[in-house]
Ligand binder design. Sequence first.
Ligand SMILES: Cc1cc2nc3c(=O)[nH]c(=O)nc-3n(C[C@H](O)[C@H](O)[C@H](O)COP(=O)(O)OP(=O)(O)OC[C@H]3O[C@@H](n4cnc5c(N)ncnc54)[C@H](O)[C@@H]3O)c2cc1C
Length: 323
Amino acid sequence: MAGILVFVEQRDGEIRKASHQAISEAKRQASSQGWSVSAVVVGSGVGDAAADLGHFGAATVYVADDPSLALYSSEGYAEAVAKAAEQAQPSAIFFSATAMGRDLAPRAAARLGVGALADVTALEIDGEAFVATRPVYSGKAFATADSAGKTPQVLSLRPNVFAAEESGGAAEVVALDGLQLSIRAVVKELVQTGGGEIDVAEADIIVSGGRGIKGPENIALIRELAETLGAAVGASRAIVDAGWIGHAHQVGQTGKVVSPSLYVACGISGAIQHLAGMSSSKVIVAINKDPEAPIFKVADYGIVGDLFAVIPPLVEEIKKLTA
Ligand SMILES: Cc1cc2nc3c(=O)[nH]c(=O)nc-3n(C[C@H](O)[C@H](O)[C@H](O)COP(=O)(O)OP(=O)(O)OC[C@H]3O[C@@H](n4cnc5c(N)ncnc54)[C@H](O)[C@@H]3O)c2cc1C
């Protein structure tokens, strides 16, 4: 029986939301075909996290648990994925199109002698072949592609596009033995930036600021609106390049690609490179004093006005509603 193997990302033993979404989508696709879903978890001391994946639809979870895999290594992780694929013999392998997934999926595909379809936003199945829709030309167009009959089909799924859904059940956990871990590029340390702030790549709501905020001192206004909404703080490249906020916050072609439920763009013109990172957001609200700003072409709700006059009363009203 054909099946789908999902690479599941964990950080400090906690499964990432994007992986819950990928495994849930695998379950939905597999159910329609009578296929099985398996998952592969890689790291050190990740057994507990692995056992939990049954709730999202995995029947089998392959675990590569080794101290040398505690921090991400594309060589080591690709070896684990290839080993799991050898055991599961899947028709397709799903990754999340996160920073890790974007690095790992093509490497694992190369190991398996197949191509990779990256940043998929919609999936259909034709026989045993996945037909994937993916944004191209900075989100200006969508392309559909398949894996030209090669298996396993390797696909990375854009985070926050596919819903995570608990489907109950327990998974069988299988240890992956005999890994050939000759890791040449070793990550020594991970340094956290952002001091515990919500990561824009994972956030369900994002409030982003652009050059319209005038100066770094006014990031506080964006942060206040973000905090009120329980949102992450995003930014245009203009204010990242100006040094007003760190690159981890940048949304766009050369920043992070996000698909939150709500994206609030404050003082952002809506250049094509910014839209490439956020136009797949479910609801877009733009605050801009220029009614001709391109951001209004993608916005579901637009407020034409000075953000310094609009945001403070907005914060007050949201506080009243959520009190
Ligand atoms: C190769 C390449 C890659 C790039 N990658 C990215 C990327 O990843 N992400 C990204 O964002 N950009 C990227 N850019 C840059 C992009 O082209 C734009 O320059 C940038 O997005 C502009 O940022 P901005 O909208 O903050 O600034 P601006 O374009 O200067 O817009 C500021 C906006 O604020 C409005 N405004 C001003 N004052 C107020 C006020 N008081 N109240 C309300 N509104 C106000 C103005 O009307 C204007 O629309 C890239 C460019 C290149 C060439």
